[in-house]
Design a protein around this ligand. Sequence first.
Ligand SMILES: Nc1ncnc2c1ncn2[C@@H]1O[C@H](COP(=O)(O)OP(=O)(O)OP(=O)(O)O)[C@@H](O)[C@H]1O
Length: 225
Amino acid sequence: MFLVEQVKVSERSPPVTCLLHGPSGSGKTALAATIGIDSDFPYIKIVSAEAMNGLQESKKCAHITKVFEDAYKSPQSIVILDDIERLLEYTEIGPRFSNEILQTLLNFLKQSPPEGSKLLVIGTTSEVTFLKAVGLRKAFSVTYSSPLLRTEDANKVLKQLNVFSEDDIEEASKALNDIPIKQLYFLIEMAARRDGRSKETIYTRKEKLSITHFLDCLEEVTEDI
Ligand SMILES: Nc1ncnc2c1ncn2[C@@H]1O[C@H](COP(=O)(O)OP(=O)(O)OP(=O)(O)O)[C@@H](O)[C@H]1O
């Protein structure tokens, strides 16, 4: 929430910009959304590849422009640029991306909002090297790396979720290291299915998850990688 406070006290200047980078599924979008929800800003908008699906390049630029222009009408706003590499239509093979969308984003990251309007831009990416190569990374004033879960982090998440018995929480977390939080949820849900239970039953803590099934699922998923 430091970022939100920084926007509130900022004088008229370029927008406060923060890039969250890290592996896919490590919680970047969730963190950006939480910052938006916890702020009391009247305008919060997520620009995502899903929302622009099927649009031509020029229409995508127009969509992004509209989001920023609407933000400028609000005294305090947050624009989340989710999965920037996907917004830029980046493909590793080639590599290819949309220069028109890149220039549109660079323009809004550098441009000062009009007087009376304060803006926080949060970008997320799993492809920070690509962003660096096209000059987008340095357009953000702050960068934050979203980490994988280590054993002690997994332990905290499992304690909160409370899907295992106490002893099993310790055993499960010892088996986990350096995994994205999304993969932890995936494993829990996979183990629940194998147990013949719905994920709702597990998450609502009506029944505990079998550690044996969980560890089997972990082994299978790790083998697949
Ligand atoms: N702090 C958290 N506590 C609980 N669940 C979380 C947390 N952060 C993320 N999650 C969950 O983990 C999953 C993945 O999170 P998210 O989509 O934010 O990752 P991401 O890094 O943006 O992934 P991608 O790069 O693939 O878009 C989501 O289902 C989300 O609800």
